[in-house]
Design a protein around this ligand. Structure first.
Ligand code: ZN
Length: 362
């Protein structure tokens, strides 16, 4: 038994870098209404017909390279007010020249269209569901579920590599970082580590998944990993702003992913000294009221440091928020609005050494 296991594992390892879906370079790649022949960029929409609630159309672009190579899916806007990540992908489309690309890039820059147009944070206002929490979707479900079923079929499944971009939402003053999501499969984890270092953000949060648990497959990263994809998740941007420096972090990072996959010619300088952080310590509001930060995003804080304070709706102090651990403020609430359970701050503890994968709950 152990011998056959070793052989199987080494075969997977050897096959992974070559990608299993090297497609026919003459083929047309179709995503929704966008059908791109080799050497073409085509813009279109992914139509999601009305069901128990309204229809929607997601913007998509297919950049079908002239040369063979992997299929890369670039996704943003499951949180439709994380503008930096959405805008970064729209700007990137025009920068990719299909005549020189090896492989295919599928760009879906805005999954949660209603969140964007109505400026609703965190969820799809049509059905109140989180659009990074309902994979693999359901063609017979509400709009979020129908959208994600289409995204799963048309964007995630054809891809070898999935990049999911986020940014601080309207209420989040966020320090840029990427994630190293680990499944416990050595080849998959090694490939995603390479992409995280290539991306270029020097703070990287390490998060382990138990893909046997359906709850861990409801977000895009976990779902894509469960299908054997290489996954990279990165965040930059904050509080509704679209700053050029944040856009550039995500655009350059994504171009570095393409280069790392040998899809474009570009010099990649992987992060030499990453600050590895554990999956963040999240501090939530214990009652509704107002929150005021007293430290900034990206600050290093000691255990017990005051991070902010809360008041009631008449400004009377209701408590101080202190850090239970020493670490980095990966983001802090950027607006006074706080409901019971709202995330006020997340702190990442610095890992002096990255521990081996450990199945959550074990
Ligand atoms: Zn997000």
């Amino acid at each position: 038994m152990s011998r056959s296991f070793v052989i199987a594992a080494s075969l997977v390892f050897a096959a992974a870098p070559a990608f299993t879906q090297q497609r026919d370079v003459g083929a047309t790649v179709t995503v929704g209404t966008a059908a791109a022949r080799r050497g073409q960029t085509v813009y279109g929409v992914l139509r999601v017909p009305a069901g128990v609630d309204s229809a929607t159309n997601l913007p998509v672009a297919v950049i079908n390279g002239a040369h063979p190579g992997p299929v890369l899916a670039l996704v943003a806007g499951s949180h439709g007010t994380e503008y930096t990540s959405i805008v970064a992908l729209t700007r990137l489309i025009g920068q990719l020249d299909p005549r020189t690309i090896s492989g295919t890039v599928i760009v879906a820059p805005l999954l949660n269209v209603a969140s964007f147009t109505q400026m609703t944070v965190h969820v799809n206002p049509v059905d109140g569901k989180g659009m990074n929490a309902q994979y693999p979707g359901d063609p017979a479900g509400t709009q979020t579920q129908r959208v994600l079923a289409r995204v799963a079929e048309q964007v995630v499944k054809p891809a070898d590599v999935v990049v999911d971009l986020h940014g601080g939402d309207l209420d989040e003053d966020l320090r840029p970082y990427s994630y190293w999501f680990r499944s416990g499969q050595p080849a998959q984890d090694s490939a995603s580590r390479t992409l995280a270092l290539a991306f270029g953000l020097d703070h990287i949060i390490v998060r382990d998944f138990d893909l046997g648990d359906p709850a861990s497959r409801r977000n895009l990263g976990g779902y894509a990993m469960s299908l054997g994809k290489t996954v990279l998740v990165a965040e930059a941007g904050r509080s509704g702003t679209v700053a050029q420096e944040d856009l550039q972090l995500l655009i350059d990072g994504t171009l570095n992913v393409l280069a790392s996959l040998h899809m474009i010619e570009r010099v990649v300088r992987p992060v030499e000294r990453p600050v590895w952080l554990d999956a963040s310590t999240r501090l939530a509001a214990d009652s509704a009221g107002m929150f005021f930060a007293t430290v900034g995003r990206g600050m290093y804080v000691a255990e017990g440091t005051k991070l902010g304070y809360t008041t009631d709706l008449l400004g009377r102090a209701t408590g101080d928020v202190r850090s239970p651990v020493a670490g980095v403020v990966t983001f802090i609430r950027g607006v006074p609005s706080a409901w019971k359970g709202a995330t006020l701050v997340t702190i990442g503890r610095v890992l002096t050494e990255v521990p081996a994968y450990r199945k959550p709950g074990s």
